[in-house]
Design a protein around this ligand. Structure first.
Ligand SMILES: [Zn+2]
Length: 314
């Protein structure tokens, strides 16, 4: 039996071709995926380039990267919640019969890593050295005790899956036709932060060092010098598309904005320190009206702390 169908765009984004195939071949072509469009996957999915998708249910939520290759799927993070993780698992099944081979965590926090168990095994989880220790320390197996029913249902079978592989500074991962460069982003957000750079596609999964239109939670080990260095290092890769750890994907403007914000914050706090003001006075008097529209204003004290540490050399 011979039928005609349109197909193409399986993994590499080839042009649509009209072909005659017998039924058994059709089944395998359909199963090979790439036929599902971002719309077919649901409202929370966006296509970046052929074979590269992102999932996020809300603007401030963490982002999952889904990268198809001829040898299987590479995920970058596993979802804000376990409902997101399950949604990503379903989307992967629509896109390809191939398994998720690797999960790269861009940080250690639960809104990027709790869903690791949904994919591993068979997936191998990777992050920079220090990730496993930090995740084991912070793990709370009772975290779902008071969760909403849909989260509890999605948490069926939960167990902590910390990275199986921890690299130092830089690692290259080659899967099928794609190259992934894993780059350590030092002291920028969590105990172990990784940016994932696809040099051929010029897509950068930047992690949470710079998130658009949001104040970040600047933890005590994070320095403004390292945040500025992160923005410069990531921008110097010259990516075409930047996927931040949270929020919509965009361009290197995300790094420009972040750099501008921290530079101004540091400038204002330094002037106040020079004028003899205490940390408490600075907290009460500092104004950043240019960024009043950014999300998570309640994180401002942690930002002032970081600027104060930098200004006083502590
Ligand atoms: Zn985080």
């Amino acid at each position: 039996m011979t039928v005609q169908l349109w197909y193409g765009r399986a993994f590499g984004g080839t042009l649509m071709k009209r072909c005659c195939l017998n039924v058994s071949v059709i089944v395998s072509v359909v199963a090979l995926g790439g036929i599902a469009s971002a719309q077919d996957l649901g409202p929370n999915f966006r296509k970046i380039k052929d074979g590269i998708y992102v999932q996020s249910a809300r603007e401030v939520n963490s982002t999952v990267g889904i990268v198809l290759t001829s040898e299987g799927v590479v995920l970058i993070d596993t979802g804000q919640t376990l409902v997101d993780s399950r949604q990503v698992a379903d989307a992967v099944k629509k896109l390809t019969p191939l398994p998720v081979r690797f999960v790269i965590n861009t940080e250690v926090h639960p809104d990027h890593t709790t869903g690791n168990f949904v994919f591993a095994p068979p997936a191998v989880v990777i992050n920079h050295a220090g990730a496993s220790d930090a995740m084991r320390k912070a793990d709370n197996p009772n975290r779902f005790a008071t969760a909403a029913p849909e989260i509890k249902a999605a948490a069926e079978g939960y167990r902590l899956v910390a990275p199986h592989v921890e690299y130092q500074d830089k690692m290259t991962l080659r899967v099928g036709e794609r190259t992934f460069e894993l780059l350590r982003v030092r002291n920028a957000h969590s105990e172990a932060d990784t940016a994932v750079w696809l040099p051929e596609e010029r897509v950068l999964f930047a992690g949470s060092a710079a998130i658009p239109n949001s104040l970040n939670n600047v933890r005590p080990f994070v320095t403004i010098a390292d945040l500025l260095a992160a923005a410069r290092m990531l921008r110097s890769l010259n990516p075409e598309v930047v996927v931040p750890g949270h929020g919509s994907f965009g361009t290197t403007k995300i790094f420009d904005e972040s750099e501008k914000y921290y530079t101004l914050l540091l400038e204002r706090v330094t002037a106040m320190v020079k004028a003899g003001k205490s940390r408490e006075q600075i907290g009460m008097e500092l104004r950043m009206p240019e960024y009043a529209g950014w999300a998570y204003q309640e994180r401002m004290p942690s930002n002032i702390d970081a600027a104060y540490r930098a200004a006083t050399g502590r």
